[in-house]
Unconditional design. Structure first.
Length: 111
């Protein structure tokens, strides 16, 4: 799999999170501090926040796309969450199938 940057994935998610925070609610307070109309301050905050969110989606989306291309669609959200949480992308090798490390008990008596 191509090199996935955990840092970029996390930064992108943080920027998307900043996009979702309703910072525009502070527009009246900021407008009073800078002596500007509330409407223009609200519009400026909304535009800057939207640009931040789109930039975050671009950054995180590129990293997530690299993960999605190399995993099954059903497993992609779990793998992305695992990478975000642990910072590691665990890739099973060709000999590492589920249960491959367990001994074969079919030849044992009672097994």
């Amino acid at each position: 799999m191509a090199q996935v940057s955990v840092f970029r994935l996390r930064v992108g998610v943080v920027l998307i999170g900043i996009f979702w925070i309703p910072i525009w609610l502070l527009a009246p307070l900021v407008a009073a501090l800078v002596n500007q109309p509330v409407g223009s301050v609200t519009l400026t905050i909304a535009i800057v926040q939207t640009i931040i969110g789109l930039f975050g989606a671009l950054i995180a989306g590129r990293q997530a796309l690299m993960i999605v291309r190399h995993t099954k669609m059903r497993a992609a959200p779990a793998v992305i969450w695992h990478v975000l949480w642990t910072g590691k992308l665990d890739e099973p090798g060709p000999s590492e199938e589920p249960g491959a490390s367990e001994p074969d008990t079919s030849a044992l008596p009672g097994g």
